[in-house]
Design a protein around this ligand. Structure first.
Ligand code: ASP
Ligand code: MG
Length: 442
């Protein structure tokens, strides 16, 4: 069995959807489960619509128009998703009466993008004589925790999905992105969460492969907006891909790899606009030839939190106090560097940080530094090259970019530096020149 996940751009217009249908048709013998995102732009329209509604301006029109135009271009009945549109309309009215927006209501509204797209794709497949059924993941048992806007599946989700999908007639066309908590509230897995759904389903059904069909030919050696000569990476290990996604490569949702790891299911990133391109395959291990570094990731909007405590630092319990404060307020820490008298951590989420700082100030001097960016050099085989760290520091230093913070964990899959935000692009370009000098064969 195979999971084929199609992202928003792949489902963005008739031309691409035609390609999607032919890709599904060509793999019918592998019994695909299709996972769909919302059509490009629809999730944003829904989220913007919810926010505007909470400010007293409910307007279903842009959402309805986008869906109706697309259905018409596909030759499908315009009223196919009218039930869903009606429910969105009612919710927007409700939000405007309440005048407030909770993460829970945001999730309920956002979920409709996928609810509508699976109906359209399943209907189109049937029209093209491929038996198919639209499946709503929340109804098919994708139970999650109740962390709205960034939920994770509960163990029962796998069992439930396996059972529900086995009972579906024809190709199951399943909503990405959405789930339901144990109280029955709709949750979402976070922006781009359909990738995560794809591997959750892959694990549930024991798929031979999970294919993520997107609008780029796989993972690139760096962000192409910063490095125009960035090239696709043929092969990544699970560890490398997780680091990359976590540190800002937009190609896959950061949690995507987890479910695949447990059953060692390969995840292949493919381009709907160029289906013959090899893409990137992510699997447990990688051939021993080729580049030791696989990619450079970068993430803007990083804050450094410097925590200084002359008296307490060496004493046992200080570190745990520090991390307790971050955990208590649900602030995720990226990088940690310590010295005799201080701890520096980097965070990319301002939310909750004020409360962490207030707590830490009870035991230490705390300073928050904004305007930084994180650059991560990733490659599981970096540890084999003792000169690599100095090559990285030299390349960045030669550009006159000061290093604000450095971290190189014992596993040596990931060397991270924090640099001033404004200098990050030149740091990334310099690193790419040094680490990927000529076409590689990773
Ligand atoms: N539709 C959701 C989003 O736009 C989820 C996804 O596309 O994966 O973030
Ligand atoms: Mg995506």
């Amino acid at each position: 069995m195979l999971v084929m996940k199609f992202g928003g751009t792949s489902l963005g217009d008739k031309e691409k959807i035609d390609v999607v249908v032919s890709l599904i048709r060509s793999r019918l013998d592998l019994e695909p489960v299709v996972v769909c995102s919302a059509h490009a732009g629809v999730t944003d329209l829904l989220l913007d619509g919810a926010r505007a509604a909470a400010e007293g301006k409910p307007d279903l029109q842009p959402i309805a128009e986008r869906e109706h135009t697309l259905l018409a271009s596909l030759g499908l009945r315009k009223d196919l998703v009218d039930d869903e549109l009606e429910r969105v309309g009612q919710m927007l009215e409700g939000l405007s009466l309440l005048g407030e927006l909770t993460p829970r209501s945001l999730d309920t509204v956002a979920a409709f993008g996928e609810r509508m797209s699976v109906k359209a794709i399943a209907a189109l497949l049937r029209r093209r004589r491929i038996p198919a059924t639209a499946v709503q993941a929340d109804e098919a048992g994708l139970v999650t925790d109740d962390r709205h806007t960034r939920a994770s599946p509960l163990p029962a989700a796998y069992r439930n999905l396996r059972r529900s999908l086995a009972a579906v007639k024809g190709v199951p066309v399943l909503t990405g992105f959405i789930g339901r908590d144990e109280d029955g509230n709709v949750t979402t897995l976070g922006r781009s969460g359909s990738d995560f759904t794809a591997t959750i389903v892959g694990r549930a059904i024991g798929a031979q492969e999970v294919q993520i069909w997107t609008d780029v030919s796989g993972v690139l050696t760096a962000d192409p907006r910063l490095v125009p000569e960035a090239r696709p990476v043929e092969h990544l290990t699970y560890a490398e891909a997780s680091e990359l996604a976590y540190y800002g490569a937009k190609v896959i949702h950061p949690a995507t790899i987890q479910p695949a790891v447990e059953k060692e299911i390969p995840v292949r990133i493919l381009n709907t606009l160029d289906p013959q391109a090899p893409g990137t395959v992510i699997s447990p291990s990688r051939k021993r030839r080729g580049n030791k570094v696989t990619s450079i990731a970068s993430k803007s909007g990083i804050r450094l939190v410097n925590i200084v405590s002359g008296r307490m630092l060496g004493q046992s319990g200080f570190m745990s106090k520090v991390f307790d404060a971050f955990r208590e307020h649900d602030v995720v820490v990226d990088l940690v560097a310590t010295s005799e008298v201080s701890v520096t951590v980097s965070v990319d989420h301002a939310e909750g940080l004020d409360r962490v700082v207030a707590d830490l100030q009870k035991v230490a001097l705390v300073e928050v530094e904004e305007g930084n960016a994180l650059v991560a050099v990733i490659g599981e085989r970096m540890r084999e090259d003792s000169g690599l760290a100095s090559a990285v520091f030299d390349a960045v230093g030669a550009e006159g970019v000061p290093l604000r913070c450095i971290s190189y964990g014992a596993t040596k899959t990931n060397l991270q530096v924090v640099v001033p935000q404004t200098l990050m692009p030149s740091a990334v370009r310099a690193l790419h020149r040094v680490l990927f000098p000529e076409p590689q064969g990773v």
